[in-house]
Write a protein that binds this ligand. Sequence first.
Ligand code: GDP
Ligand code: MG
Length: 452
Amino acid sequence: MFENLSDKLQRVFKNLRGEGKLSAANMEQALREIRVALLEADVHFRVVKQLIENIKEKAMGEEVLTALSPTQQVVKIVNEELVKILGSHQSKLRFANEPPSVIMIVGLQGSGKTTTTGKLARWLSNNDHKPLMVSVDVYRPAARDQLAVIARDTRLPIYQGAPDETKPIDLARSARREAIQTGRDVVLVDTAGRLHIDEQLMVELQELKNLLSPVEILFIADAMTGQDAVKSADEFHKRLGITGVILTKMDGDARGGAALSIRTVTGQPLKFVGIGEKFDALEPFYPERAASRILGMGDVLSFIEKVEQNIDQRKAEEMQRKLIDNEFTLEDFRDQLRQIRKLGPLDSILGMMPNIGPIKNLKNVKVDEKEITRIVAIIDSMTPRERANHMIINGSRRRRIARGSGASVQEVNQLLKQYAQTRKMMKTFTGGFMGKKLGKMKLPSIENLLKM
Ligand SMILES: Nc1nc2c(ncn2[C@@H]2O[C@H](COP(=O)(O)OP(=O)(O)O)[C@@H](O)[C@H]2O)c(=O)[nH]1
Ligand SMILES: [Mg+2]
């Protein structure tokens, strides 16, 4: 699902990539392309408008995180806005304080109501609930048979109805009674649909609602129908007051835009998505996962997250100060290496790094993580005094450190030499442009690390 939109957005970001800075001009261009991509993916124009406005506002006002490239910044902002539009949090099913909880399944004909009723029954039963299904689609005998077959296949109970029960209201009432008597805690009411919204259907659904006081009225929307699904969701909501939406057929080549629009247009959350005809092809809807699927940039997003989590601003500033004051010890050096290691495989991190400052030169360097481990091991073998003052590390101390870390004396020598050089180099370096500009980054030592 979402492949279409995802492809388009990726193309936009690819064009942005390589731009050194986020400027008003390239931002404007990117926004225009994002807008077109969203519209082509069937996202409602009102939603697109709002989304673009929010992105724009944020991009202009955003405090620029220097550890991110322009593309990454735009991805970050677009992702945040997508998540917001999709609902921020996963919206769970509600249950009544007093069982049974009645859930009405509504929607147009062919949207997937009956199938979804079976899927929900299966999902509920897998999640410690005891569902009871009932079909009140009395207009088409085949409709009720269809649910009976589903009940048999899922081996979950259904209220079949007495021969004289032919009215939706009666069937629903009896089903609820049976649920109470047999200790079922959720009643799933599969309702009739029409090809188009009509007055009679709405009145019937309204009556059922009044009788049953459902905790949920779930609108089943066929994702393949795009904007029509959004429109009918809106109409159902105005007439009936739906409490959530299940988007079916997301396994098909739906353009995904409906998912983005329904929530904004109706104000009601997506609760599940249907991704196939089988009973287990139902997934709770997670806005964050959906947003990153739409963006198709899971790697970039998780990198952004890591940078935000791991780069501790205060510590970074402290490190800068130490560099400037030449207090940067071997202990600090080790801390930095550990910090870098926490970010994950170095190769991939460098690949995602912005193309600025000292990092620019690192792009072609192959990083060996074993190398970091080895260096950290050598520093670990030093005493705290040695780490605080490398000047005291004489020949016999070097031999001891080598023995303790399983390295050769040459390797220890090399590390110390590099460290001393780095300190010297860093002093000039940080005094200059590194000093303020890259305050949020803690990367200077990668430079020398790579030279070892
Ligand atoms: N591929 C796919 N087909 C689905 C999904 N949900 C329902 N269907 C199919 O859509 C058709 C109509 O479903 P049905 O439950 O009878 O719709 P109803 O008229 O709203 O009750 C059936 O052929 C279902 O198998 C889904 O998530 N994915
Ligand atoms: Mg049906």
